[in-house]
Design a protein around this ligand. Structure first.
Ligand code: CTP
Ligand code: CA
Length: 224
């Protein structure tokens, strides 16, 4: 509503959000993917829009539809996502909520792979995908003022996320515990620890929309 009025704390600001999984083809009919619905990234884009930001939303094939009132760029693979992010910059803040496939299939087939009738199994070879977050976080000129990454961890969440923040060179890491049993992957709630230069803040478990609004408010504060 504020966005429609051209108001809100992020009015006039351009922010970039990545979301969803990526799909890495094996052949024209098969792919490797991540278990991500895109729900948290979509909620973050909507919350930033609600604070008045102009939002570029670069999304892989997600289970949930993109929010209204944002610029949607649909991609399939990690390399397409990297290109779309580069094309959407500059931005004042960038939030990397996508579950990017770490590896693509290096020997993807141009035609559908067929069983050869002898029981011989195909061998997939992998290549590492570009790290989109780290690339943007380490840009010199043109780096967004605030670069926010995510870390999905199943153990030692704070320690792993703190190390990841340093390794990637981003300003904040939103860490979530996605161990089986938490119900977070694919669920409506999230349990988040925000890692900044000042340390770790454990947020109470809340809905993904509430996490998104709280994160958007923090981003607005950081850019003010
Ligand atoms: N990310 C990215 N590009 C990649 C891989 C990850 O932009 N090729 C981003 C994700 O969007 C997320 C952050 O990096 O914001 C962390 O992703 P994660 O998979 O937790 O980290 P990795 O460095 O891939 O480490 P891990 O070995 O734990 O998967
Ligand atoms: Ca990864």
């Amino acid at each position: 509503v504020e966005a429609a009025l051209g108001a809100g704390p992020l009015a006039g600001r351009h922010v970039l959000v990545t979301s969803g999984p990526t799909h890495e083809p094996i052949d024209p009919v098969r792919y490797i993917a991540n278990r991500s619905s895109g729900a948290q990234g979509t909620a973050i884009a909507a919350a930033l829009r609600d604070l008045g930001a102009r939002v570029s939303f670069v999304t892989g094939p997600a289970a949930v539809p993109p929010p209204a009132g944002v610029t949607v760029v649909r991609v399939e693979t990690a390399r397409e996502m990297a290109d779309a992010v580069a094309a959407a910059l500059p931005a004042e803040a960038a939030v990397f909520a996508a579950a990017v496939a770490d590896w693509r299939v290096a020997n993807a087939a141009g035609q559908k792979m067929k069983k050869d009738g002898t029981g011989r199994l195909p061998a997939l070879e992998f290549a590492e995908n570009p790290d989109i977050l780290a690339t943007v976080a380490r840009m010199g000129e043109g780096r967004p003022r605030l670069v926010v990454g995510f870390a999905a961890e199943t153990e030692s969440v704070e320690a792993h996320a703190t190390a990841k923040r340093a390794r990637k060179g981003c300003d904040w890491i939103v860490a979530n515990d996605v161990s089986p049993g938490t119900g977070i992957m694919g669920g409506a709630e999230n349990a988040v620890t925000l890692i900044t230069a000042d340390g770790a803040e454990v947020w109470p478990r809340m809905g993904k929309d509430a996490v998104a609004r709280r994160l958007a408010a923090r981003i607005a504060e950081a850019l003010s």
